[in-house]
Design a protein around this ligand. Structure first.
Ligand code: ADP
Length: 266
């Protein structure tokens, strides 16, 4: 609480009383703190690649250019760090569109089975590189649904990309779509990966939160994938949750209203 005291004065009698205002500042304080943390995180995340780029450019300038194999490696680092920054800024722009409520869903009738198969196809190279098998299972009763296809594609891309990143070679990934007991569309992405410790699970959707920063960075992660996924799912009136057991695997469940064309989403 913030307490503000204002004395009440009478010209002839001096102070005769006071007005006390009690203001509940916990919410605004929390918001302000998370805003500060966010700005600090963004600055740090941008500063790290910039510092690397600067030092590698200096090394090139200081003579590495004369040694082509070395120069090639340094240019490679500069390039991948630049790509990281582009990914980060793209993710941030995405989030800021949701924050300013500018993000408009563009819903269309979407074939669920085709959408799920397409995601796996987009990752076929990475799956092959890590010898991870992927299985897709879609309830035959599922018809098309009224969804923002690009948005849900991005959600699934983030989930499948995480499933691959955090699963060891030779593991497996299982994608499934069905109608749940409440008549909602339920999409799950299940992996046999490293899992997430219980204590981290509740913060995993926070912006920039990662269980293992170094690991996520080395995998090219920005720490924003799940936050973006949650924004997109919420914009649909849906819900996203992660369930995990360290050393066994993780299951991400996206629940979406199963709306047919012309229907109104909640
Ligand atoms: P990142 O870009 O780091 O992957 P995300 O927001 O997508 O960021 O995920 C946040 C963190 O959650 C990851 O850094 C990782 O620690 C953890 N995580 C997400 N998905 C999985 C998964 N399938 N298995 C294990 N850990 C996961």
């Amino acid at each position: 609480f913030r307490v503000t005291l204002t004395p009440i004065r009478r010209r002839d009698k001096g102070v005769v009383g006071a007005i006390a205002v009690l203001q509940d500042v916990t919410e605004s304080e929390k918001l302000e703190q998370s805003r500060r943390e966010f700005v600090a995180n963004v600055s740090h995340e941008l500063r790290t690649p910039l510092t690397t780029i600067k030092s590698y450019a200096e090394a090139l300038d200081d003579g590495a250019l004369e040694e082509p194999p070395l120069a090639e490696r340094f240019v490679g680092v500069i390039r991948s760090e630049t790509e990281r920054m582009i990914r980060l800024v793209t993710d941030l722009l995405h989030l800021s569109r949701f924050d300013s409520k500018q993000a408009q869903l563009r819903r269309q009738m979407t074939d669920i089975a085709e959408m799920m198969e397409d995601v796996v196809d987009r990752f076929s190279l990475q799956l092959r590189q890590k010898a991870i098998t992927a299985k897709v299972q879609v309830d035959p009763g599922l018809e098309k649904a009224w969804l923002d296809r690009d948005g849900i594609d991005q959600v699934l891309d983030n989930l499948v990309s995480n499933a691959i990143k955090y699963t060891l070679d030779g593991g497996s990934i299982h994608l499934a779509a069905r109608l749940n007991e409440a008549g909602q569309l339920s999409v799950t992405v299940k992996d046999t990966g490293i899992g997430i410790p219980k204590k981290d699970l509740e913060r995993i959707f926070d912006r920039f939160y990662r269980v293992d920063k170094a690991r996520s960075r080395s995998m090219g992660g920005t720490g924003l994938g799940l936050s973006i996924a949650r924004e997109i799912v919420r914009a649909h009136g849906g819900h996203i949750a992660l369930d995990s057991e360290p050393g066994v695997g993780t299951t991400a469940t996206v629940t979406l209203p199963y709306v047919q064309e012309g229907g109104e989403a909640p």
